[in-house]
Design a protein around this ligand. Structure first.
Ligand code: NI
Length: 215
């Protein structure tokens, strides 16, 4: 009779445990999809803590005018992407993606947004070539570049990475690759960093990110 007596205490305890776990699981299931859905819908959030992205730079726009961090201050948001015109994949992919997203943005959002393509390959990307390249994707896009020292200052301030590759030996010295990071930095009308978008993201995700922050 002793074993029956002890199991009469153990079984309700196990039942209570199962019910508790089931209750927590139900709560978790009820909350989890909502949270995941919100993240997937918006795509971007501001990282916690103050990210030290942005800062001084001096470049030249494709019209030949000097541009600095002061040019980011005004009415528009700027979406700044670092790359190079000879890029075989990431840059044309991102420019194509952004051109498509731009068309889908509400007009008020579109008018407040300036997409900037910063070439980290000034040896090949002349201002003329750069302007023609970016506007081949959208008439609103602009290109900026500068000498290596100034590009290095800006990429360092934006935590962007790039590395000019070495041309193959005994081959055309103008044929080389440039490795670079694939983030587009959204800067507010105050010239300060808001968030970054990823070139690997979907058009819907990029659009949601822009619509969330460009007000
Ligand atoms: Ni590229």
């Amino acid at each position: 009779m002793k074993s029956l007596e002890s199991s009469s205490r153990v079984i309700p305890a196990i039942l209570m445990l199962i019910l508790t776990v089931a209750a927590f699981a139900a709560i978790w299931l009820a909350v989890k999809p909502a949270a995941t859905g919100a993240t997937a819908e918006v795509g971007y959030g501001q990282p916690s803590g103050a990210p030290a992205i942005g800062g001084p730079f001096t470049l030249t726009d494709d019209a030949g005018r000097t541009v600095t961090e002061a040019n980011l201050v005004g009415e528009k948001y700027h979406l700044i992407f670092f790359g190079f015109a000879n890029c075989p994949d990431v840059c044309p992919g991102m420019l194509q993606l952004m051109a498509g997203v731009e068309e889908k943005l509400p007009q008020t959002t579109r008018e407040k947004l300036q997409f900037v393509f910063v070439s980290v390959d000034p040896a090949r990307d002349t201002l003329e070539k750069l302007g023609a390249y970016v506007r081949g994707f959208s008439p609103s896009f602009v290109g900026w570049t500068g000498d290596k020292a100034n590009i290095d200052i800006m990429t360092k301030n934006y935590l962007a990475y790039y590395a000019i590759g070495t041309p193959a030996e005994n081959d055309d010295p103008t044929i080389y690759n440039v490795d670079h990071s694939g983030f587009a930095y959204l800067m507010g009308p105050d010239g300060k960093y808001i968030t970054h978008l990823r070139s690997s993201d979907s058009a819907a995700s990029l659009q949601a990110g822009l619509e969330r922050f460009v007000k």
